[in-house]
Ligand binder design. Structure first.
Ligand code: C2E
Ligand code: MG
Ligand code: MG
Ligand code: MG
Length: 286
């Protein structure tokens, strides 16, 4: 809500809300955690879908599902604020289950509306805490089964931290996910711990090159060197690559020329509502 100015104290997970024109008596505090719990219960979260573009054919390969929270009084609260709170409080488990179910429901709904099995997948983010505390493979199996979807329609996006914290558990979960035919993407690749041994041991299908390297790659030699290195590493290991944060046609062209498989970024599209994402897919296929 525009009349509120929000100041959030990230460390404490609390939000302070000020109403302009009123003094400290009007100052309210609320706990982001309590509000988030309520939002999950009341189904106030939604998903936005950002297109993932095949850089060779320029067609839509899939979409990344991104959680959105529009608080009824306080307006949009970005994932960079509520995901950490969800992780600290354990709410990431129900939130993550909801994201899987809602993504699978949306894919099934698109199939139903178009009368065919659409050749697109959805990427769902899985946090390290969720991987630790929940049976993610069972959650994926449930979401697929309930919606009659093949496992190849889902890609689970994990960060390096999810693997480093418990490599044995991560290995078991990833193996179970592969048995469902789902794919695994390493998200924000290059920003975590640079222990590359796991790339050899785990069934990873896609490396997602972090936006921080993509943004600067045309201006900055170090960034382009890192991007080239990730592309050649992925190629040598038989993995696909997705570049995040493509904001210009130059970046799209350069990454395509370097052999990057897939692109994601504002140049193609911002995260869209489920309806707009389906329209985008159909328009781009036409
Ligand atoms: P991520 O998984 O790396 O997702 C990509 C983020 O980059 C998204 O931010 C997306 O909107 C943004 N982005 C995409 N293209 C561009 C671009 O061209 N320029 C710029 N400046 N940004 C771009 P978003 O939606 O704010 O999400 C932030 C992070 O929150 C995600 O990063 C992910 O780590 C986390 N997140 C979002 N939804 C979920 C969820 O359902 N579960 C979990 N565990 N994490 C989630
Ligand atoms: Mg992601
Ligand atoms: Mg990412
Ligand atoms: Mg990122």
């Amino acid at each position: 809500n525009a009349q509120f100015a929000m100041k959030r104290a990230k460390q404490s997970g609390r939000v302070e809300v000020y109403q302009p024109g009123e003094v400290s008596a009007a100052r309210r505090r609320f706990s982001l955690e309590t509000e988030l719990r309520r939002a999950i219960d009341r189904d106030e979260l939604s998903l936005a879908f950002q297109p993932l573009i095949n850089l060779e054919t320029n067609s839509v390969s899939g979409f990344e599902a991104l959680a959105r929270w529009i608080h009824p009084d306080h307006g949009p609260i970005p994932p960079s604020e509520f995901i950490p709170v969800a992780e600290e409080s354990g709410l990431i488990v129900p939130l993550g289950r909801w994201a899987l179910d809602a993504t699978a429901r949306t894919l099934a709904e698109w199939d139903r509306r178009t009368g065919r099995v659409l050749p697109v997948y959805a990427g769902v983010n899985v946090s390290a805490v969720q991987l630790q505390r929940d049976d993610v493979a069972a959650g994926v199996a449930g979401a697929l089964g309930a919606n009659g979807l093949d496992g190849s329609r889902l890609t689970l996006e994990l960060t390096e931290s999810a693997i480093i914290s418990d490599p044995d558990r991560a290995g078991r979960v990833l193996t179970a996910l592969k048995m469902l035919d789902a794919r695994i993407a390493m998200d924000d690749f290059g920003t975590g711990y640079s222990n590359l041994a796991y790339l050899q041991k785990l069934p990873i299908d896609i490396l997602k090159i972090d936006r921080s390297f993509v943004t600067g790659m045309l201006a900055d030699r170090d960034s382009i060197a890192i991007v080239r290195a990730v592309l050649s590493l992925a190629d040598a290991l038989g993995m696909k690559t997705t570049a995040e944060g493509i904001e210009t046609v130059e970046l799209a062209r350069t990454l395509a020329a370097l052999g990057c498989s897939t692109g994601q970024g504002y140049y193609f599209a911002k995260p869209l509502s489920a309806d707009d994402a389906l329209d985008y897919l159909l328009a781009r296929a036409a």
